[in-house]
Design a protein around this ligand. Structure first.
Ligand code: TRP
Length: 332
C-alpha cells in the first residue's frame, strides 16, 4: 500500500478561535483525514513570543483542543497534540537557528508587524519564531502545510532552510508545499472589511469567535460595516463588507453567490445581516455545545493529547536523531 501524504498545521492559542480560522482552515482539515496522514497542534510555544497570562494560555490551549475535536477532527484519524509536549520541536529549532540567516529573519513581515505592535517586548523568540515553525514542519517530513496567506512567507523560509540543510548534509528533510485553500481562506473583519478577520482587531465587533454565544454573534453581525448602496451583490473591490458577509453566508449555508443575490434581491441590508447572523449561529451552535461537553471531560482530553504527543514524538524523534548525527553530535 502506498503511504499517505502527510499534512501538518498549527494554530497559536493566543486567543479564542475565530470564525475565520474555522472557515478558512479547521473545517477543511476535517475533510482531509482519509486522504492524508494529518497532524494538528496547538502552537503554545509560539504564543509566548508575546507576553501571555499563564492561566489564560492554559485554558485556551485546552479549549482549542476541545474545539478541534468539536469541529470534526476525529482524534482516531488525526494526530492532535500540544507543541510543548513534544520536546523535539525546541531541540530541532535550536539546530535550525544555526542554519537560518539574520537577514532572512529581518525580512519577515510578521516580525516587522509584531515588533511594531509590541515595541516594549521585541524579544529574540519573536525574531527566531520562523526557525521554530520550520522545526514544527520539518520534524514530521510533512508534504503539505495548510496555512493562511499570512503564513506563506514563513513556509517559503522553511523550504529555504530545508534546502540549505539538505544541500550540506544530503536528503534529510522533505521539502514541504504550502497549501492555501482558495475558498473561505480569507474571511475579513466585520468592522474593517478590507482587513483579514483577526483576534488583534481593535474593534471588538470586527472579530467573530467560533464559540461566541448566539446573542453576541447576532449583535456582531447586526453591526457589520456595509456600504451606502442597497444591493446584495458580490463585488469584493467596491463592496468589501457585503462581499465578506456573502462569503460567510455561503460557507454557512452552502449557497452560491448567484443564489444569495437572488434570495436578497430588493431587500435591505438589515434583513441580510440578520440572516447571515442566524446562519452563523446555527452553524456554530453544535460546535459550541460539543466543545462545552468535551471540556467537562478532562480525562478524555488528557488521553487525546497524551496519545497525540506520544505518536508525534516517535516520528519527530527519528528526524531529530538523523539531524543530530548529520551535524556531528556524539550519539548517546
Ligand atoms: N505561525 C502560525 C500562525 O501564526 C502557527 C504555526 C506555528 C504553524 N507552527 C506552524 C502553522 C507550523 C503551520 C505549520 O498562524
Amino acid at each position: 500500500m502506498e503511504e499517505k501524504k502527510r499534512m501538518l498545521s498549527g494554530i497559536q492559542p493566543s486567543g479564542e478561535l475565530t470564525l475565520g480560522s474555522y472557515l478558512g482552515a479547521i473545517r477543511n482539515w476535517a475533510e482531509r483525514a482519509d486522504e492524508f496522514d494529518c497532524y494538528y497542534f496547538m502552537a503554545d510555544m509560539h504564543t509566548i513570543t508575546v507576553r501571555q497570562t499563564p492561566a489564560d494560555l492554559r485554558r485556551r490551549t485546552i479549549t482549542q483542543l476541545a474545539a478541534y475535536i468539536a469541529c470534526g477532527l476525529d482524534p482516531e484519524k488525526n494526530t492532535l497534540f500540544i507543541q510543548s509536549h513534544v520536546p523535539q520541536h525546541a531541540q530541532l529549532a535550536w539546530v535550525l537557528n544555526c542554519y537560518t540567516m539574520f537577514g532572512e529573519l529581518s525580512r519577515m513581515t510578521q516580525f516587522k508587524a509584531k515588533s511594531a505592535q509590541h515595541a516594549e517586548n521585541i524579544n529574540a523568540g519573536l525574531f527566531t519564531y520562523p526557525a521554530l515553525m520550520a522545526a514544527d514542519i520539518l520534524l514530521y517530513q510533512a508534504d503539505m502545510v495548510p496555512v493562511g496567506e499570512d503564513q506563506k512567507q514563513h513556509c517559503e523560509l522553511t523550504r529555504d532552510i530545508a534546502e540549505r540543510f539538505n544541500g550540506i548534509y544530503g536528503d534529510v528533510f522533505k521539502i514541504p508545499e504550502p497549501y492555501i485553500p482558495k475558498v473561505g481562506a480569507r474571511i475579513m473583519s466585520l468592522s474593517t472589511p478590507t482587513n483579514k478577520m483577526s483576534k488583534s482587531d481593535t474593534d471588538p465587533n470586527g472579530c467573530v469567535y467560533l464559540l461566541d454565544k448566539p446573542e453576541v454573534l447576532a449583535r456582531k453581525f447586526k453591526r457589520a460595516v456595509t456600504d451606502s448602496e442597497m444591493s446584495v451583490r458580490f463585488d469584493p473591490v467596491n463592496k468589501p463588507g457585503i462581499s465578506n458577509l456573502m462569503q460567510i453566508y455561503s460557507c454557512a449555508t452552502g449557497r452560491d453567490y448567484a443564489a444569495i443575490e437572488q434570495e436578497f434581491a430588493g431587500q435591505g441590508y438589515g434583513t441580510f445581516k440578520t440572516a447571515v447572523g442566524d446562519a452563523v449561529i446555527e452553524m456554530c451552535r453544535p460546535i459550541r455545545e460539543e466543545t462545552d461537553r468535551l471540556l467537562a471531560d478532562k480525562a478524555y482530553l488528557q488521553s487525546v493529547y497524551t496519545n497525540g504527543a506520544d505518536k508525534a514524538a516517535s516520528i519527530a524523534n527519528k528526524t531529530l536523531r538523523k539531524v543530530y548525527k548529520k551535524v556531528g553530535f556524539v550519539q548517546r
